[in-house]
Design a protein. Structure first.
Length: 250
């Protein structure tokens, strides 16, 4: 068998009903290529490998899990990338679906990786710590609305699908879990400069209790800061307002 490594944030799905529910969501999508992140003990992998006509790959950092998967599911040999998802280039030349029970200790970083790959990742279906999932899906004005909400929703439609009980995992995590789906927006608002947008959003939410005028003062000319929108706080701005505002930065 294999051991579980806390240092890698490993909590493996063991509830087959929940596995089937997640696999069912993936099956309902239209795609030709699939990357599974962190296959671990293979709970999802053994089903995803059987999807007909799909070019399947998995990325796994843990050598022990790579060996276990290759010995247990021979069909996966040659399809595992032995590395961290944070360190690899996009594994397909064309568009693909990204899925997985993501390691919770790097789940936010995985979302930023998806944003890096957004020209190729049309759909992402993933399990996150519940608080992270809520942040991604939160609307303006919600206390969970923040950096992840704005940056992900600028490019993707977000569905908060369902929550997952702790007892569905080995070992049970100390946090709640939830599955969300990201689907690339068909007609996204135009982001002229992604670096500026990311800077604006991060700066605004890093001082979210301040008015926008005080939080982002260094990013705009004084004449622009007279606009009434700067009387608001970051969590009161919509994604569209952030995108509009980034075009007015210095």
């Amino acid at each position: 068998m294999y051991t579980l490594k806390k240092s890698l944030g490993q909590h493996f799905l063991r509830d087959e009903n929940m596995v089937q529910r997640i696999v069912g969501v993936i099956r309902d999508q239209v795609f030709e290529r699939l990357l599974e992140v962190g296959p671990g003990g293979g709970a999802l992998t053994r089903h995803l490998l059987q999807l007909p006509g799909i070019d399947f790959k998995a990325v796994e950092l843990d050598s022990e899990k790579v060996n276990y998967l290759e010995n247990t599911y021979p069909g996966i040999r040659g399809k595992i990338i032995h590395a961290s998802i944070l360190d690899i280039e996009a594994p397909f030349d064309d568009k693909f679906l990204l899925a997985g029970n993501f390691p919770y200790n790097i789940s936010s970083q995985i979302l930023f990786k998806v944003l890096d790959w957004k020209d190729k990742v049309d759909i992402m279906i993933g399990m996150f710590q519940k608080e992270v999932a809520q942040r991604v899906a939160a609307p303006p004005g919600n206390k969970a609305y923040g950096i992840l909400s704005v940056l992900v929703q600028a490019f993707y439609d977000v569905k908060y699908l369902f929550e997952v009980n702790e007892q569905c995992f080995t070992p049970p995590p100390k946090v709640k879990s939830a599955v969300i789906q990201l689907t690339k927006k068909e007609n996204p608002l135009v982001v002229e400069n992604e670096r500026k947008l990311f800077t604006l959003v991060k700066t605004a939410f890093n001082q979210r209790r301040k008015t926008l005028r005080n939080a982002v003062r260094g990013l705009f000319d004084e004449s622009i800061l007279k606009d009434e929108i700067f009387n608001k706080r970051a969590e009161q701005l919509s994604v569209a307002e952030f995108i509009d505002l980034h075009t007015r930065m210095r």
